[in-house]
Design a protein around this ligand. Structure first.
Ligand SMILES: [Fe+2]
Ligand SMILES: [Fe+2]
Length: 468
């Protein structure tokens, strides 16, 4: 049995509703509406709509689609937008301005909407008005596509981007790349679930896009990945591991082909989870011994899956197989002879654990990079120590893309590491009063050499010394 699912109670509000809708769209491609997994999701949607309308004292949830973003109540929903290409694309293609879900929408009505959004282009009615007619004909009365936004409304809605969740022009491209790669992982997982193969070349194409962008601006890629508070399918983990692995590989070798292979191995290292039952992958509590064994099989499933594709890459296969094994042959799968030997596998292994420790999860806040490094350095024989030290140097105490507070009270974004782990190159983003700086006023400082500015990062108390 295989499954594509997520922890349904993890998110609340409109974002939670949209996340569940996305799960329904993905599961709607795998299962019939009578399958318990899809049934649960659709029933969850009915429940969430009712809850949202009751708590917000409204009669509907209205979600706009503006310039590729999901928007609610004039605010862009960054986290939901990142993994919602599957929802945004059909709405935009039909020329609609969004969707409205009115209180009282039933299970069958959600079935109708999921079928329409998942249908082939030719079966969607080509325009939003035709699509609404199709929905009505299939008995959907409480959900419909909204007319395109008038220029005035669009301008009004887009001003929502101008406040605290401002979306910079330069962020648009990383966002598209991020959405594209999440969309691809959804498709690959669906294929793996169904026991079908997929094209590794498509994945390579996506890695190329990521690498090009990382060459120009690694900070913006990591920054957009940070927006995702918690993603419905944990695909965000694989994407972030891929970004980290590509950035790390770039610091180790100029060989673009090797960098690409590391990125590919990072992106697909957990693909075997698509073959492990949903209840186990997303179990809220501790796993039983039997469930643990089942979960551990994701390594074997992943390696088999990646071995079966055309033009299989041995690095991706070995990484999927051995990313939970230690340097002294502990961990799983148990082989009695195998430990990760390829440097490329070792790179992904480091990025995998670092990402898991520093990511936000429904059950834990993000851990600081320094704390994560300390834990990793204390895990004897788990990693290649020379590589781990190199990773820490490359990633820094304040990794690229993170926001730091300076002694002046200003906020800045880390854009590059320097020789001094504590003193990266930063760009100012907010003044001491908390006002967002205009793009032209965003001065760049090398904190390792710019003594004349007398700026330093304030919240830097942790030390790595004890962990060595
Ligand atoms: Fe794994
Ligand atoms: Fe992983």
């Amino acid at each position: 049995m295989c499954d594509v699912g997520y922890d349904q109670e993890a998110l609340g509000g409109v974002e939670g509703f949209l996340d569940e809708l996305l799960v329904a769209l993905v599961n709607g491609r795998v299962y019939s509406e009578t399958h318990p997994r899809l049934r649960d999701t659709l029933e969850g949607l009915v429940r969430r709509l009712e809850q949202q309308c009751t708590s917000g004292s409204t009669s509907s949830i209205e979600v706009g689609v503006v310039d590729g973003y999901l928007v609610h109540d004039t605010r862009p929903l960054m986290s939901a937008t990142l993994s919602a290409q599957r929802l945004i694309e059909p709405v935009a293609r039909l020329g609609a301005g969004g969707l409205v879900f009115e209180r009282g929408a039933t299970f069958d009505e959600f079935v109708g909407v999921v079928s329409l959004l998942n249908a082939r282009k030719s079966e969607q009615g080509e325009t939003w008005t035709n699509a609404n007619t199709l929905l009505e004909k299939s008995g959907v009365r409480h959900i419909r596509l909204l007319p395109p936004l008038s220029l005035e409304t669009a301008a009004k809605r887009t001003t929502g981007f101008g406040d605290s969740e401002r979306v910079e022009t330069e962020l648009e491209l990383p966002l598209e790349i991020y959405q594209g790669v999440i969309n691809l992982l959804q498709s690959v997982s669906i294929a793996v679930c169904r026991g079908k193969s997929f094209k590794l070349d498509t994945v390579r194409g996506e890695i190329e896009r990521i690498m090009k962008r990382i060459d120009v601006d690694p900070a913006s890629m990591l920054e957009v990945a940070r927006y995702e508070q918690y993603d419905a399918f944990t695909f965000g983990h694989s994407v972030r591991v891929c970004f980290l692995a590509v950035i790390f590989a770039k610091s180790l070798t100029p060989d673009i082909r090797l960098q690409e292979r590391v990125g590919l191995a990072g992106l697909l290292h957990d693909i075997g989870k698509a073959k492990v039952p949903f209840e186990i992958v997303h179990a809220p509590g501790r796993l039983t011994d039997e469930e643990k064994l089942e979960m551990q099989l994701h390594t074997v499933h992943g390696a088999r899956t990646l071995l079966d594709v055309d033009d299989a890459d041995p690095v991706a296969v070995a990484t999927a197989f051995s990313h939970h094994k230690t340097m002294d042959d502990r961990g799983y799968p148990k082989t009695g002879f195998w430990a990760p030997r390829s440097p490329m596998t070792k790179i992904v292994k480091i990025c995998d654990v670092y990402e898991a420790l520093t990511a936000v999860r429904p059950y834990k806040p993000a851990m600081s990079p320094v704390r994560a490094y300390r834990i990793m350095l204390s895990m004897r024989n788990h990693f290649d120590l020379a590589l781990l030290r190199r990773f820490i140097e490359t990633n820094g105490i304040h990794p690229v893309g993170t926001e730091v507070r300076l002694n002046t009270g200003e906020l800045a974004e880390v854009v590059r590491q320097t020789e001094d782990l504590h003193c990266p190159i930063v760009i100012l983003t907010k003044d001491a009063e908390g006002n967002e700086l205009d793009v032209l006023d965003r001065t760049r400082f090398d904190l390792s050499s710019d003594a004349r500015t007398e700026r330093w990062i304030e919240s830097d108390q942790e030390s790595l010394v004890d962990a060595h």
